[in-house]
Every structure is written in structure tokens, then in C-alpha cells.
Design a protein around this ligand. Sequence first.
Ligand code: FE2
Ligand code: FE2
Length: 289
Amino acid sequence: MREPKSSEASPHQVGEAWEEFVQEQVYPEPGKKAKEDYRNYDNPARDTVRRFYEENHRKQTYDFVQAKRAEFLQLNRREMGVFEACEYLNTLVDDSDPDIDLDQLQHLLQTSEAIRADGHEDWFVLTGLLHDLGKVLCLYGEPQWCVVGDTFPVGCRFSDRIVYSEYFDQNPDSRDSRYNTKLGVYEQGCGLRNVLMSWGHDEYLYHVMKDYLPEPALYMIRYHSFYAWHREHEYDWLCDDHDRAMLPWVKKFNPYDLYSKSPKPPNWEELRPYYTDLVAKYLPAAIAF
Ligand SMILES: [Fe+2]
Ligand SMILES: [Fe+2]
């Protein structure tokens, strides 16, 4: 894993540090051991991720999430087609860093191509292509800690199965009796649709796409970073039967997101006609972001 050159890493750097951290150290591929001991306190890249989560866990409060939803979910920032959004997202690459070998578009294409190679339905392939487009939030000037990383419910007690959960001690909601019980502001079995998730690219893109894609695709987009649920099986007490029916789809998507890096990068120009047709089948030419 690469060490960012300054303490103020670019959104891309932290996004990538996060992806690699998850892939190699927290959730290694089944049957493989973690590449390094992520509890190794001398690892500077690990420090970057730790600092990232310290800030994320301290600041993602119930009030903060509601403010971000009010700010962004009117979807009045700009209208873009999918390819325009991909190209816009690719401007996140930090030119000052020579080590970057996988830009955002490559990650999306490698994910979608791995899904396609396994013969899945076309909307599933499309989901692979779209799933991180919510990171355009970074280009609106949003800081990394509220765009990427693990997501989790706010308004109720934070699970200790969330990565770096010790930093929730610094979140004021942990000391607020409205929010620090198992159910907090929610009712048992209320359904995840009624639960506020920490703010980030997943929830944002769900709202951008919610009128266009089949329900399993929307679950994959909305909850792909909700590791405490889809990997650790926490928060079942907030779920209803519909969430439980959708969970296998979210789990099915996850390995493609984490482990689809291929030695031969997909050739975008060759693939473009296929994806142009696929995007046109499900999405309008201009989408409100
Ligand atoms: Fe993501
Ligand atoms: Fe991803």
C-alpha cells in the first residue's frame, strides 16, 4: 500500500488506500491470509487509514447525516450521462503521484467485466460499472471521510464490529441517550429503508439511481460499504424480511468489488460499444446528480 505524500491526502489517495486496506488486510480473499498485520503500528499506510476512520467515526453523527442529505439529495448539482460521470470521476486521479496504477474508471470496468465474465444478468454488470460513481461527491469539495469507507447506521448504538469502532467514543451520539441504545430512534425490524446510514458515496448514488435499476442492484449500490451488515451480520434487529431477501445480492456483489483486479486492464475503447448499449437500456441520457 502506498503512503500518501502529505497528511492531506487527495480523495483518490484515501479512497484507494481504503480499498486496498479492506482487500488485503481486513477482509482478505477467502483462503488467503492478510498480506500484512494491519495491527502493525509502524505501518504508515495503516496510519492513514486509522486517521481517516478516527475523523469519520467522530463526525458522522445523526445530525450531520441529516444535514448532508438535505444538502445533496435534491440532486440539483448537475446533469450528467454515465460516461460523463465516469470521466468526471477520473479527474480525481492525483497527477503528482506516480504510483497510481488503477484509476476510478478502471476499477469500475474491472468490477463490471468480472461480473460479465461470470455470466450474470446485464443489470448486475451495469451495477458493477456504476457502483462507485457516488464518489463524485469528492469533486464537489466534500472531504474524504464523508465519501468513502465503511458505512453504518446512525441514530442507534454503533456496533463494535465496525472497523476501528473504538473511535466512536469520540462521537457525541455515543453519549446521547436518544441515540446510544441498541435501537436508538428506530423500531425493531423497521427495515433498512427507514434507517439513516452514515453519509457517503453509497447512499448518494442510491438516490441518483433509484428510479432506474432493479431492486437487487439498488441494494448493492446502497449497502456495498455496510460491512457490519453484509460481512459481520450485525444490525439484523433493524432489518425486515425484504432486507434479508436482498442481503445475498449484496454479498454476491462484494467479491467483485474487492477482488476483481486483473493483470490485463480492460480496454475501454474496445468495450465502449457494449457499455453504451447497456447504459442506454436502463438509464436516460442525462441523470440528475
Ligand atoms: Fe464503493
Ligand atoms: Fe468499488
